[in-house]
Design a protein around this ligand. Structure first.
Ligand code: FE
Length: 241
């Protein structure tokens, strides 16, 4: 029998979880060229991520960050150094160390694909979401049935609402939503599903109601929230807060 060769037409996604910070990271690759991008890697998971990259024979082209994180240590710089990939983050973060400072609408190519940066500020001023072939990697802008907090790190609920309603919710409803965290064990959603069932920010929630609700929210101190509150937003460190 001739050897069976797998042929994939779509980019492949590996969703990776960090149990300490409840963070999702992603490895997205072209299965033919094996060119890959990493999104929001966590420093403590560097050995796992690197092992997976090597097992799959991937060539990492970019390490993308949706924003400057304060709930976990970014693994972006270490992963980029180890694999000779370039780091990329939104210009609005004020990063001085990333290889690429992304503008709204900028596309980055890897293999046969290109991933598009969409400026989605609100959780932080420099937040970017990344769109690729029917998928959206939206960091802490939109969560499954909720959204990122806006009470620190220069967050702004009005800006967040506008990013979600005027940019994210205008994408095709079948677009898969891959968030930066999930606290309920749900790994993926769609734009249509969030419009209908996201009771924080979905269809029928007005901007004013959203802003008032976000201003009243008090988040419990979890893992590193105390640390988050006292950490200055490190512009110098760029990807590595
Ligand atoms: Fe965040």
């Amino acid at each position: 029998m001739p050897e069976q060769k797998e042929t994939f037409l779509n980019p492949q996604v590996r969703q990776l979880f960090d149990y300490e910070s409840w963070t999702y990271s992603y490895l997205v690759f072209d299965p033919q060229s094996l060119d890959a991008v990493s999104i929001d890697p966590v420093l403590e998971q560097h050995p796992r991520d690197l092992k997976l990259i090597r097992e799959l024979g991937l060539k990492l082209i970019y390490v993308l960050e949706t924003h400057l994180h304060t709930d976990h240590q970014s693994g972006a710089e270490k992963l980029a150094e180890t694999t000779e990939a370039q780091t990329a983050i939104g210009r609005g973060t004020g990063s001085t160390t990333a290889s690429v400072l992304l503008e709204d609408g900028q596309e980055l190519s890897f293999g046969a694909f290109s991933i598009k940066a969409l400026a989605t500020p609100g959780h932080t001023p420099g937040c970017m979401s990344f769109q690729l072939e029917g998928m959206l990697f939206c960091g802490d802008t939109l969560f499954i049935r909720s959204c990122g907090r806006t009470d620190f790190q220069q967050g702004d609920p009005r800006v967040l609402y506008q990013s979600i309603h005027e940019k994210i919710f205008r994408l095709p409803p079948e677009t898969l939503v891959y968030p930066g965290h999930d606290y309920n064990g749900i790994m993926v959603s769609t734009i249509g599903e969030e419009l209908r069932w996201n009771t924080s920010v979905g269809h029928g929630i007005s901007e004013q109601d959203f802003v008032e609700k976000m201003k009243k929210l008090h988040f419990p101190d979890s893992n590193s929230i105390e640390e988050e509150r006292t950490l200055p937003l490190s512009h110098h460190a760029g990807l590595h807060v």
